[in-house]
Design a protein around this ligand. Sequence first.
Ligand code: ATP
Length: 305
Amino acid sequence: MSNLIIETKNLNFYFKEFQALNQVNLEVPEGSIFGFLGPNGAGKTTTIRILLDLFHAGEGQIKLFGKDFSNGREEILEKVGALIENPSIYKHLTGRQNLEVIRRMVNVPKSRVEEVLKIVRLVDNADKKAKNYSLGMCQRLGLAAALLTDPDLLILDEPTNGLDPSGIIEMRELITRLNKEHGKTIFLSSHILSEIEKLATDVAIIDQGQILYQGKLEGLHQQDGLMELKIELEQVNEAIEALRNMNYTISEQNGRSVKLPIESKADVSRINKLLVQSGIDVYGLQTSEETLESIFLNITKKLDQ
Ligand code: ATP
C-alpha cells in the first residue's frame, strides 16, 4: 500500500452547536491528485483549514506525512503549500516583487523566484503590476508563492473557481504538470464534478460534513448497480411528478426526455409500469453507465432519506 500523505481519523468539528464535520476519515496517497468533491457548505473549506492547522478539530486525529501537529508542527507545515480562495497579493507590486516579499519571509534562495515563475508560466508577465493581472494570472501567482518552499503537498481550495475557460484549462494543465513532472501530491477541493473528473486520480465525496465515498475515480463508476436511465416521453412534467413520488431523483430533463440514476434493471420495469399505469406514454427506455453527476446525486440523496 502506498504511503499516506494525509490521514485523518474520526474528525469532528463544531461551530458552536453546529456540527460541520462528522467522523471524517481521509486517506490521501502519496503522488495522487486527490479531488475533494462536495456541494457548497459540505465542509470542504473547514476540512482544509483543519489540515493547515488554522482550525483545531475538537475530536479526531490528523496526520500529515505520518506525523501529527503536536510532533513537529513547523516541520510538517514547511512541506505544505496552500492556495485558499483569493491569494493575498499586493496589487501595486509586480508579480516578481510580490514573490520577492514572500521569498524573504520564507527564507529561500533568490533564484527560487525565477524557478517558480517558470513553473507557473508567468515569466513574460513578471514585471507587470499585479493590478493588471487577470484572475487566472493572480491564481498562478498565488500558486507560485505556495511553491517557493518547494512543498511536497499542495492543498488547493477551489483553484479554478471564477476563472474563464482558458484560465481553467491553464490551471488544470499546471496542476497536472506539478503532479507528473514535479512529483507533488495535490489535494484539491471543488464543487464542480467535471473538474474533478478531468483532474483527479482519487476522490472523496463529502456532503453535510460526512464522507460518502472515497477511493479511485474509476471505482466510483464501477460501484455496484449504479446506472442511468433515459426515458423518452412527451408528458415530461407528469412523469417527473410520478417519479418523484416514487423517491427517484431526476438528474436531467428536457422537452422530450428525463434522465435519472437507478440502482438495478428492476427499476426499469418498475418505472415503465408506473408511468404506463399513470397514463403516460413511454416511447423509449435506455440505460447507460452513469455520469459522475448522477452518481453524485444518487450518493448524496441517500443522506436525505
Ligand atoms: P463552499 O464551497 O460553499 O465554500 P464548503 O464545502 O467549503 O462550501 P464550509 O465552508 O466548510 O463548506 O462550511 C461547512 C458548513 O459550516 C456550512 O454549513 C457553513 O455554513 C458552516 N460554517 C462555515 N463557517 C462557519 C462559521 N464561521 N460559523 C458557523 N458556521 C460556519
